[in-house]
Each structure stands twice: as structure tokens, then as C-alpha cells.
Design a binder for this molecule. Structure first.
Ligand code: PEP
Ligand code: MN
Length: 338
């Protein structure tokens, strides 16, 4: 790291900074300018990261040189990671389309959605069984019953199934049914949960926390990768901003940033990312144009009757419309649609 010493720092302060850094375990390269001193400190940044360098009197700023993440980075692995589950690839040329209702409500509902979306580009069925809800009085999912309905519908149409895991105690039951484990926005920094999914073999779809920066997002993935799981899919789903017309502000600039920084694929969820029905088709197209490896869309056979997120759910015909447009955009950025 580079330590910039405050202009006007005394010789004693500079000496004290140097000796503290040496105590911490760094070797130093000093550059004495005419009005300020810059110290290059070399050492194992992993073990030294938490040392309180900023609080040494006379230090103006500290600039880390190494990135705080390792296993998820392009430096660690230059080529794209393509995740393969039962022959379905996520991160390759073909867009990964994940579609389904916010919550699993019945077998018939899941079957209707699976039948339609699987015939038009989607190989991954989504749906919530354990729902994190802002209000404790809102519908919070049907639990294992939902997992059964979803698995049955997915198998019938040869689809994979992705569903959210909210609690490490549910890991055995959720992984008995799901092909991909979703970590929701609210749990992106639930580090115990990240550790649990990191030390099991199923791929993890990691949604961006609603107040998570780019670095927070990458470091959450690093928590998973560090435990040995190298099947991670990032998912941008919007962040909280001052804007209230949309439910969240979809941050599409994170797509190229993640692609540059990490070898793992990234998909976009414009349903939660905007919460506004008319934004979902255009933002799906924009996500793919920006380089996303896929999209996740909420689709319900009858959104008016949905038990959660009906206002942002597309009906089956609206889903087909999105896919029709996506088939035009995808080839322009070298992607295909099944
Ligand atoms: C979901 O995908 O069902 C969900 C709750 O999304 P998020 O965690 O992004 O809010
Ligand atoms: Mn939802």
C-alpha cells in the first residue's frame, strides 16, 4: 500500500509512522518530496489489511495496491468461468434466462409458467419457497411444499430450478430440490450464510444487496469462493437511491465492471431492479446489450392474483414479447437465445 504523509508533518511524526509500519510487518520504500513524504509499504496485504495505519498521527491517506478480493478476480483466473448444471451453461454464449413467479403458489401455477417459458428460451425456473418479506404479516412462502411443486414442474419441462435460501438451517431441504441456491439481496452480507453455501457444491446465485457497493458485492462473492465453491453467479437487482418512481435503481454499469473484475458470470433482474412493469422489457434488452450473461424475470400466469410482487410480474404473453425483442438484441452482442 501507499501511505501519503500529511504536508507539514514533523520529522518525529514521519519517524513514528515508519517505525509503526515496520512493527506491523511492512518493508518500506520512502520517497521524500519537497513538501511531503510518500511511503510505499510492502507486505502481505491479507494479514496486514486490518492494521490501523490511518490512525497513526501524520498519515493523510492510505491507498491499497492489491485488490481486497482474490479467488473471484480476473488476476486469479483470466478466462470466464462457465457454470454448467445438468448440461445447462451459465456464462457462455447462450443467455441464461431464469423466469418464474416471485412466490410459488401452487403446482398448477408453476406448471403453467414452466410450460410457457421453457418453450421460449428459459432453461431455469425461478420461484420463492422461503420468502424474505419486509412486513412480518406478508405472505412468506409455502416452504417445502413449494419446493416440491417447483421441482415437479421443472422436471416436467426439463428445466433447472433456482430458489432462495434465507437460513443455513434450511440448506439440507432446499438443496434436496434446487439446482441453484439463491442468496437474496437482504442476505448478501449474511456472512454465516455465505460461508455455508460456500462450503457445499451447488452453484450460488448471489444477488446484490440494496445498499451494497461494487466492492461489497465482490467481497460477498469472495466469502463464498474462499470456502471452495467456484460456481458463483452475480445478479444485479437494483439499489436504493433517492429515486422513488422505481422500486430500486437498476445499476447496469456494474455489469461491465464485474465482467472486468471477475471471471464469474453476471445476470440482471430487472423485475426487482425496477419494480415497474413497463421498465422490464427495455431493461432486459439493455442488460444484455451491456454484456449480461442472462436475465431473471418474474412471470406469473395471472399477475393480478399473485401473492407477492404481482405489480412487477409479467404475464405469459408479456414474457414472450420480451423474448421476441431479446432475440433481436442478443446476436448484436455475440449472444444466443435457446
Ligand atoms: C427474489 O428474487 O425473489 C427476491 C426476493 O429478490 P431480491 O433478493 O433481489 O429482493
Ligand atoms: Mn419478488
Amino acid at each position: 500500500m501507499i501511505i501519503v504523509v500529511k504536508p507539514g508533518a514533523t520529522a518525529e511524526e514521519v519517524d513514528n509512522i515508519k517505525s509503526k509500519l515496520i512493527d506491523f510487518g511492512y518493508t518500506l520504500h520512502i520517497s521524500e518530496g519537497s513538501d511531503r513524504t510518500i511511503i510505499g509499504a510492502i507486505g502481505d496485504e491479507d494479514t496486514l489489511r486490518d492494521k490501523p495505519v490511518m490512525s497513526i498521527p501524520g498519515v493523510e491517506s492510505v491507498i491499497p495496491i492489491l485488490k481486497p478480493y482474490k479467488f473471484i478476480s480476473r488476476e486469479f483466473k483470466a478466462e470466464d468461468t462457465i457454470i454448467e448444471v445438468k448440461g445447462v451453461k451459465i456464462g457462455g454464449d447462450e443467455l441464461a434466462i431464469m423466469a418464474g413467479p416471485c412466490s410459488v403458489e401452487s403446482y398448477e401455477q408453476m406448471r403453467l409458467v414452466a410450460e410457457r417459458v421453457s418453450s421460449n428460451g428459459a432453461k431455469i425456473l425461478r420461484g420463492g419457497a422461503f420468502k424474505p418479506r419486509t412486513s412480518p404479516y406478508a405472505f412468506s412462502g409455502m416452504g417445502e411444499e413449494a419446493l416440491k411443486y417447483m421441482r415437479k414442474a421443472a422436471d416436467e419441462f426439463n428445466m433447472l430450478m433456482v430458489t432462495e435460501l434465507t437460513d443455513p438451517r434450511d440448506l439440507p431441504i432446499v438443496s434436496e430440490y434446487a439446482d441453484i441456491l439463491q442468496i437474496g439481496a437482504r442476505n448478501m452480507q449474511n456472512f454465516r450464510l455465505l460461508k455455508e453455501v460456500g462450503s457445499q457444491p451447488k452453484p450460488v446465485l448471489l444477488k446484490r444487496g440494496m445498499a451494497a457497493t461494487f466492492n461489497d458485492f465482490l467481497l460477498a462473492a469472495e466469502h463464498i469462493a474462499k470456502e471452495g465453491n467456484d460456481n458463483i453467479i452475480f445478479c444485479e437487482r437494483g439499489i436504493k437511491t433517492f429515486e422513488t418512481t422505481t422500486r430500486n435503481t437498476l445499476d447496469l454499469s456494474i455489469v461491465p465492471l464485474i465482467k472486468n473484475a471477475s471471471h464469474f458470470p453476471i445476470i440482471v433482474d430487472p423485475s426487482h431492479g425496477t419494480g415497474v412493469k413497463e421498465c422490464i422489457a427495455p431493461m432486459s434488452l439493455a442488460s444484455v446489450a451491456a454484456g449480461a450473461d442472462g436475465i431473471m424475470i418474474e412471470v406469473h400466469p395471472n399477475p393480478v392474483e399473485a401473492l407477492s410482487d404481482g405489480d412487477q410480474s409479467l404475464d405469459l404473453d408479456q414474457y414472450d414479447e420480451v423474448m421476441k425483442k431479446l432475440r433481436v438484441i442478443a446476436p448484436a452482442v455475440g449472444k444466443t437465445v435457446a
